[in-house]
Design a protein around this ligand. Structure first.
Ligand code: FE2
Length: 355
């Protein structure tokens, strides 16, 4: 009625302040019916390019290690269930995430400790930073871990950790928890027994599935059957690629960790890469819609993210937000591990890359 009244002046809208007041009254009326006009929000929900809330950030291992070690005297792994310090993106504080879709944390297990068995809908990867001889048991395989190893815990896979060694072990946990919670599909379960029965030997899955042969009848699944992609196996491959001159101008000599049955990503929600950057590398600029978490495994360098320079050295963890232009520089030969939600975006048909 009010809109009709405003249009009565010779068939034209009335003075601007009149129509604004009429519109405002209309918005207030429709709000009572839980409705709102698209034209007021269109530009913020359908942006011309990705707009990320996430900030570029680096966590230096010297700080991280001493702070995580301190937690060892405050709480046991058993009491905490998982003794983890979350790496929270400074632009997303209070949200338990490093990027919009990925959780990251540093987990520590002291000698003799056990982190009890459980499972959850969120998938996890571990990237080992420091220590030797602690294990992750996943689906009946007890994988002993060394620095640079990349361990997979798929969605709903039972897992527990223990450290029979004499040294603390620290690793980076990355989970798709924010993505799972976006869909409101979180389930979790604790087991009565703190440790799983293990039926397979350490390294069985890498040997069975990662050797160019497959146990006959292996079904294709949307996640890898390999539990631990050891650094001892993967590093020589990127080294060999570099020697062969197979060096991407943006990423260095880089491999993608693959599901050996399908050639697809290791997990449907997360993909991972290992890259060797030659000494003196000055990478070309790159951007893509998947925000990534990087770990410097060896060497030293920096990554320029949209003008912000992140300096990194061994075991430093850094974040490149979605669609931000970045380039790596490495004065020393360096190795970078990275993980992102690219497989999820590709499955949905929304992943893009550019310069
Ligand atoms: Fe877990």
């Amino acid at each position: 009625m009010a809109v009709a009244a405003a249009k009565k002046t010779n068939g034209k809208p009335g003075p601007k302040h009149n129509i604004e007041a009429v519109r405002q009254a209309y918005y207030e009326r429709i709000a009572k019916h839980d409705m709102t006009p698209l034209w007021k929000v269109m530009n913020s929900i359908v942006t011309k390019e990705p707009v990320s809330r996430c900030a570029p950030v680096v966590w230096h291992f010297d700080d991280v290690k001493s702070l995580v070690m301190e937690s060892g005297s405050l709480i046991s792994a058993e009491e905490a269930k998982r003794r983890v310090l979350i790496l929270e993106n400074p632009a997303l504080r209070g949200e338990s995430r490093a990027t919009n879709t990925l959780f990251a944390g540093i987990q520590m297990i002291l000698p003799g400790e056990v982190a009890p068995a459980h499972r959850h809908a969120a998938a996890a990867i571990r990237f080992v930073l420091d220590g030797e001889g602690a294990y992750t048991a996943v689906e009946g395989e007890k994988a002993f871990m060394s620095p640079g190893d990349f361990v997979i815990t798929a969605n709903w896979a039972p897992h527990d950790h223990g450290n029979p060694s004499k040294k603390p072990m620290l690793w980076l946990d990355v989970l798709d928890v924010p993505a799972v919670n976006f869909f409101e599909t979180s389930f979790a379960e604790n087991f009565d027994e703190p440790m799983q029965e293990t039926s397979r030997q350490d390294g069985d899955s890498l040997s069975f599935y990662g050797s160019g042969v497959l146990p006959d009848g292996t079904p294709a699944m949307n996640r890898t059957p390999i539990i631990n992609y050891t650094y001892a196996r993967t590093r020589p491959i990127v080294e060999r690629m570099m020697a062969a001159g197979d060096i991407d101008k943006r990423h260095g000599a880089r491999v993608r960790y693959a599901n050996p049955v399908t050639g697809g990503p290791v997990l449907p929600t997360m993909g991972a890469w290992l890259a060797m950057l030659p000494r003196g590398f000055k990478g070309e600029t790159y951007r893509s819609t998947d925000g990534a978490i990087f770990v410097c495994v060896e060497g030293q360098g920096s990554t320029n993210v949209d003008g912000k320079v992140l300096q990194w050295g061994p075991n430093d963890v850094f974040v490149v937000p979605p669609w931000k232009r970045y380039s790596h520089t490495a004065p020393k030969e360096s190795v970078l591990f990275s993980i992102s939600d690219r497989p999820a975006q590709e499955a949905l048909g929304i992943w893009r890359e550019g310069k």
